[in-house]
Design a protein. Structure first.
Length: 85
């Protein structure tokens, strides 16, 4: 029984070795699709990076605008408090 299992495993390993040798010798048949997939992923990550930078710039501008608005509101309330006294 164990001899049969060993033979099956050896046959599978031999089959894998032949497939790997074929790929090494002739190249992968799907190499073009791998390259195009890699290029597509690179382009997606470039676009994602651009979107993230734009969002970060927008958040920075919003923060500056909120600080400015807070300062204006604070000055308005100070002026209003002086007018009411």
């Amino acid at each position: 029984m164990s001899s049969d299992i060993e033979q099956i495993v050896l046959n599978k390993l031999d089959n894998l070795e032949r497939k790997i040798d074929l790929i090494v010798r002739e190249g992968c048949s799907k190499a073009d699709s791998h390259a195009s997939l890699h290029n597509g992923q690179r382009e997606i990550f470039k676009r994602l990076n651009a979107v993230e930078q734009a969002q970060a710039e927008g958040r920075g501008k919003l923060a500056v605008a909120m600080v400015f608005a807070g300062a204006v509101i604070s000055l308005f309330f100070q002026w209003l408090g002086k007018q009411l006294n």
